[in-house]
Design a protein around this ligand. Structure first.
Ligand SMILES: *[C@@H]1O[C@H](CO)[C@@H](O)[C@H](O)[C@H]1NC(C)=O
Length: 231
């Protein structure tokens, strides 16, 4: 069986399809009368397939109803450009994670000279037009000093979880199939406040971005999308 892989990626829902190793701009899904996807239409033509994998990352709740069982929350991530001297001083920095504050850091990334620091916290939500919280839909084509980075979770874990994603074809046990199926049970009992944490997050409680923070963020995002990279 030929399986077409359609990876629909961020930052704009339904923007890109990776088909047969080619990246093309996705326009829409063509559906069969029963609602199953038959093909994807891109600017360069249609591609049919038996299965389509849609990887939207944090945009998922803008695409399908999840009854609040999935929530997009913004997190604080910072990249610091280091001098060659600072890089050599921090080369052996261990991976640091503080469970009280959620602050974590990696050793510097030598090829680009960046140090990544971030906070694994409960995050910030931003109301979307029809969902509890959604990331901005503005595409950032070229961002000043932007480090090319994919949604690492999906790409990193795909080789490990692939056999569960195609579970029904690989004859997984009923128990595993139940664990991996789409969580429709939340349709009946809508999740009001689900994200109490898994024990790994630290710092203050999750809150909504204020109007002023949203304004600052959107202005910066808009500026970043039109500025050219300095790298
Ligand atoms: C974690 O952060 C807290 C609060 O800033 C601090 O008191 C504590 O010493 C830190 N722990 C480690 C292991 O760095």
């Amino acid at each position: 069986m030929q399986v077409s892989l359609a990876l629909v990626s961020c930052p704009v829902v339904l923007q890109w399809a990776f088909l047969s190793s080619q990246v093309r701009q996705l326009e829409e899904f063509e559906k069969q009368p029963d609602g199953t996807i038959k093909s994807v239409c891109t600017k360069n033509g249609r591609a049919e397939g038996d299965r389509f994998i849609v990887a939207t990352g944090a945009w998922i709740s803008s695409l399908i109803p999840a009854w609040n069982s999935m929530l997009a929350a913004g997190q604080v991530v910072g990249y610091l450009r280091l001098t060659p001297d600072e890089i050599s001083q921090l080369r052996d920095l261990p991976i640091y994670f503080n469970f009280s504050t959620g602050f974590f850091a990696f050793p510097p990334h030598e090829p680009t000279g960046y140090l990544k620091v971030a906070c694994h916290r409960f995050g910030y939500t931003r109301p979307g037009p029809s969902v509890t919280s959604a990331p901005p839909s503005l595409a950032v084509a070229s961002r000043a000093n932007y480090i090319q980075r994919h949604s690492d979770r999906g790409f990193k874990y795909l080789p490990l979880i692939g056999r569960y994603i195609v579970g029904s074809q690989r004859k997984l046990s009923r128990e595993l199939l139940d664990k991996w199926k789409f969580p429709t049970q939340f349709r009946e009992r809508f999740q009001g406040e689900v994200f109490t944490g898994d024990g790994s997050r630290g710092g203050p409680e999750r809150r909504e971005l204020t109007a002023q923070e949203l304004d600052t963020f959107d202005t910066a995002l808009e500026a970043a999308s039109s500025r050219s990279s300095k790298i």
